[in-house]
Design a protein around this ligand. Sequence first.
Ligand code: 4AD
Ligand code: MG
Length: 457
Amino acid sequence: MQHVDLKEVRSGAYVGQKITVCGWVRTSRDSKNVAFAELNDGSELNHTQVVFDKSKFKDDLAPVLALGAALKVVGTVVNGQREGTYEIQAESVDLLGGSDSTYPLQKKRHTMEFLRTIPHLRVRTNTFNAVFRVRSELSYALHEFFHKNGYYYVHSPIITGSDCEGAGEVFKVTTVGYDPTVKSEEEYNKKDFFGRSAGLTVSGQLEGEVMATALGKIYTFGPTFRAENSNTPRHAAEFWQVEPEVAFADIDDIIGIATDMIKYITSYVLKHCAAELKFFEERFEPGLVAKLQNVADSDFARIDYKDAIEVLKKSGKTFVYPVEWGLDLQTEHERYLTDEYFKKPVFVVNYPRKIKSFYMKQNPDGVTVAATDLLVPGVGEIIGCSEREADYDKLLKEINDRGMKLSDYANYLDLRKFGSVPHSGFGLGLERMLMYVTGMSNIRDVIEFSRTKDDLK
Ligand code: 4AD
Ligand code: MG
């Protein structure tokens, strides 16, 4: 259908010309001699006003003015009342798809909770239109960053036989239903599609390491799945991760790469999503743009895990969860470190081995690993990062000590047998980054079709 995107109309190039535009009616107004419809076609956050001189239209305009209706309008572009705005003086209009008073997005401000009940329509609101435009731009910026820096984009499988994080949060993939005659789990798994147990991947890292130990610098970018039983505003059962993996890189190298990446994508969004960020600043997070500008311009903090524990102990705060060397940092601890103590992104480095994953490089002290989480104000952890254990014997012992099934990790161990190299990588949760960039406080509102515990629409 030949037409001009409304974003192009805003460029001003079409003033005085007769063009065709399409879009959905966001708001409308009807008066005696003229009617107005604010049209949006998804090409930008702003709406474009279409003016109907009623003397030129014989038919009743009510169906054309219904909220949610889809229109095709032929008309002349004129300057709007405010500088830099343009209107369309309609000459003819086609009602492509009608709407009526049962359309749920009538003229009032809806709660986020209500909007979550209509995932198929909420993207037609300004808020979600903006969120998903930023999501698209952020994803593109990630690809651009890695491509410009010589990384290869590789595709790790969705169905896997191993649990990368070893946290037992794998969704089972099966075609075999309940069978009372089966005597053991082993027998049950044998009857299944792959002749063994299978699950949805929690991370593309293990395959990423395979690729990096041949291609050098790679990244994966795709959906990952976790059957986490935590009903929080930051956990989803299905979320997207970008996971670079770099050969010949140690923990300091990878921290540098993570920093550059976050700065790059933040700058990109500041430049390409200015209207959306202004909108989020007004509606959701005062100071958002200055916060992001600061991320793009200044260094991140870095603190050793053991020092972070001391900072928390000396904070004078009463935390719900205990603060002790050897215990994981809870959200409240992360929030204190980022929101109150550092007031900017911080890498917490050298966590105790026992609370982290099996694959992390063991530090010479024997009790910590070369691992770091990047914590940011308002959200908490957005990146999980580490140098990988490159020593065959140490890795083998760790797998055995943790009671993991050796045969599932045989190929992974081979990487340490043949041409093992120091290598490092990390995973950035795309939705967590989006929460940080948009100021949205619930992960359910930055993923269009969110999947969380007890909730799949
Ligand atoms: O810290 P995680 O578990 O690290 C890994 O999966 C590593 N294998 C990554 C790597 O080194 N290649 O997860 C990485 C990030 C977290 O920092 C967080 O941003 C996000 O993934 N994440 C989640 N996001 C939403 N919902 C969940 N349930 C998430 N779990 C992790
Ligand atoms: Mg983590």
